[in-house]
Design a protein around this ligand. Structure first.
Ligand SMILES: [Zn+2]
Length: 255
């Protein structure tokens, strides 16, 4: 196996220290911090990368992103989330497997360039799940793919009537979702690409969607990734609705 030695500022317990890290294949096999150890590792390596002055750190984690959206940059980006979503839901309907693969691999290349080696893709496009999982496996990055689960729109939560416009989620078919989730859970490669439960947000799930969320968690033992309130407007409207409901005798969140 070819050994590569990299000399750089190495992040350790005491902060950054100039050091040499020896790598065999995809494994770190030695770290030398003293001048003698560093020289020995450099001597024995087939290749020496001189990165003096640069930081050598573990890969960064991008804890929340929507992989499909890489191809939507520059579209309506200056709008508030709720209005922007009306456009992106429509754009999203034009996606096919090839577009999903391109979005994920372009996003992966950008992440590698930025030092990111792991990320969570919270995906509304459950119907393109196979293509998304294949692209994530192809990228080489560590990925948690969390397919959306929801059946209440932000517009309903904010008491805006948009019944005939895009933006309302299709009715949730509990059995179909459960079957699809089971297929995804078996397709994923847990050493690198894992499937997470991806409820869009607690307030975007009806009681039956919450029950499905709990059942799938128990059945597959998977982690959960979700949004919370995403804008001041959502939080303000829901806080007001909660206060009015309490005044009228409705149970609170703990009721
Ligand atoms: Zn998000």
């Amino acid at each position: 196996m070819t050994t590569t030695a990299i000399t750089a500022l190495v992040l350790g317990e005491a902060g950054f220290t100039e050091g040499t890290v020896s790598v065999d294949g995809n494994r770190i096999t030695a770290v030398g911090l003293s001048p003698e150890d560093r020289a020995a590792l450099q001597r024995h390596a087939a290749e020496h990368v001189d990165a003096v002055g640069c930081w050598l750190i573990p890969g960064l984690i991008d804890a929340h992103a929507h992989g499909y959206a890489t191809l939507l940059r520059g579209t309506e980006n200056s709008m508030p989330l709720e209005l922007w979503a009306l456009y992106t839901v429509m754009y999203g309907r034009a996606y096919d497997a090839a577009a999903m693969r391109a979005a994920i691999l372009l996003g992966a290349a950008e992440r590698i360039r930025a030092g990111i080696t792991g990320w969570i893709d919270h995906s509304p496009m459950v119907h393109l799940g196979e293509a998304a999982l294949a692209a994530h496996a192809e990228s080489g990055l560590r990925v948690g793919w969390a397919p959306f689960l929801h059946d209440i729109s932000d517009y309903a939560l904010m008491e805006l009537e948009l019944d005939r416009l895009a933006g309302n989620p299709p009715p949730l078919n509990l059995d179909a979702y459960a079957q699809r989730f089971g297929e995804f859970a078996q397709t994923a490669k847990p050493d690198r690409v894992s499937v997470l439960l991806g409820p869009n947000a607690p307030q975007r799930c009806s009681a039956s969607a919450w029950a499905l969320w709990r059942d799938l968690r128990d059945r597959y033992g998977v982690a959960v990734h979700t949004h919370l309130m995403e804008t001041h407007a959502q939080a303000a409207v829901r806080a007001l609705a909660w206060w009015v409901g309490r005044r009228n005798g409705a149970p609170g969140p703990a009721g």
